[in-house]
Design a protein around this ligand. Structure first.
Ligand SMILES: Nc1ncnc2c1ncn2[C@@H]1O[C@H](COP(=O)(O)OP(=O)(O)OP(=O)(O)O)[C@@H](O)[C@H]1O
Length: 309
């Protein structure tokens, strides 16, 4: 259940016009449908996490909002205008999953270069502080560790003093300490009134940062809400037992999300495990070897996305 405080955060964050929106957007790459009627709005000052498994369409959604590619159908706007206009581009910052960067430039030279693209860049000192680049300003890109590279890319996303920041899987390759450090900085950016859209595979990351989570799967929104609302939807449990009931019989019970039967064991994932168990006992008094476990958050999230057709 969302708390009153969470609801207050949600209502505050949703005041004003949407700063960015995807309306009923489809994006096809040849025969691949990356986005399938996706709608998403971002409101000023909120942190929205776009959560989904590999290939769900997260990066495609970000690329459309950045004007790097055009929708096949539907409408994409940022500040109410076409994202491909230069005037909107100077108001946004992005950290993408880049394949390569000039390796022979130093950290500070990358920052200078990116700052030069914007009319009112953020101060170098501020970029170095927020992205935690102090002490490595003179290192070449190729000398940086994976986590340091991520921090530099994060810093480069801030160079234009952006109103909206897109972070596409920003903590990939970071250890948990570095990841938490970046979360602190992202929260600070939102507290300054900036809007953040973050894509991630990690429910834990979305939970730690976002005021709103949008779960996508196969290019469609499958769930949307505050972190507590999303977690309550994924609060499934796994029942493991020996039973004479068939998989087809178990699937008929309300709340069953998944059934697997192997080597005489039955594993049932259910949203309301207690009610499912009562029914199973009612139909099979000989049910034995019972174990009930709560899956981790990641596993629960997978159950929300991977079982849909
Ligand atoms: N340029 C492209 N050409 C063809 N197919 C593409 C292209 N870009 C993305 N796709 C396909 O579109 C689908 C969505 O990809 P996308 O990169 O948006 O997913 P994602 O959720 O960001 O995945 P990941 O978490 O792995 O980065 C995938 O099936 C992908 O293979």
């Amino acid at each position: 259940m969302p708390t009153a405080e969470m609801e207050a955060v949600e209502s505050v964050s949703r005041t004003g016009e949407a700063v960015a929106s995807l309306e009923n957007v489809t994006k096809n790459y040849g025969s691949v449908t990356a986005l399938d009627g996706l709608s998403l709005k971002l409101y000023p000052g909120e942190i929205v996490a776009l959560l989904g498994a590999n290939g769900a369409g997260k990066s495609t959604a970000v690329r459309l909002l950045l004007g790097l590619s055009a929708p096949t159908t539907g409408t994409v706007t940022i500040f109410g205008r076409d994202p491909r206009l230069a005037a909107t581009r100077t108001r946004i910052g992005a950290m993408l999953q880049v394949a390569s960067m000039p390796k022979t430039l130093k950290v500070k030279e990358h920052i200078d270069l990116f700052r030069s693209y914007y009319p009112k860049p953020l101060a170098v000192k501020e970029i170095v502080r927020i992205a935690q680049l102090s002490g490595i300003e003179d290192r070449l890109f190729e000398q940086l560790s994976g986590g340091q590279r991520q921090r530099l890319l994060f810093g480069l996303a801030l160079c234009g003093d952006p109103e909206v920041i897109f972070l596409d899987e920003p903590t990939v390759g970071m250890d948990i300490e570095a990841r938490r450090g970046l979360w602190v900085q992202v929260r600070e950016l939102a507290a300054q009134g900036r809007t953040v859209l973050l894509t991630t595979h990690y429910l834990e990351e979305a939970d730690a940062l976002a005021s709103r989570i949008v779960v996508i799967d196969k290019g469609r929104v499958v769930s949307e809400g505050t972190p507590s609302e999303i977690k309550s939807q994924t609060a499934s449990k796994r029942i493991r037992c020996r039973t004479a009931l068939s998989s087809a019989q178990i699937w008929t019970l309300p709340g069953v999300i998944d059934v697997e039967q192997t080597d005489g064991w039955t594993c049932v994932t259910a949203g309301n495990a207690e009610a499912v168990l009562r029914k199973m006992f009612a139909f099979d008094e000989g049910l034995s070897g019972l174990e009930v476990v709560s899956p981790g958050l990641e596993e629960a999230f997978l159950s929300l996305t991977t079982k849909r057709v």
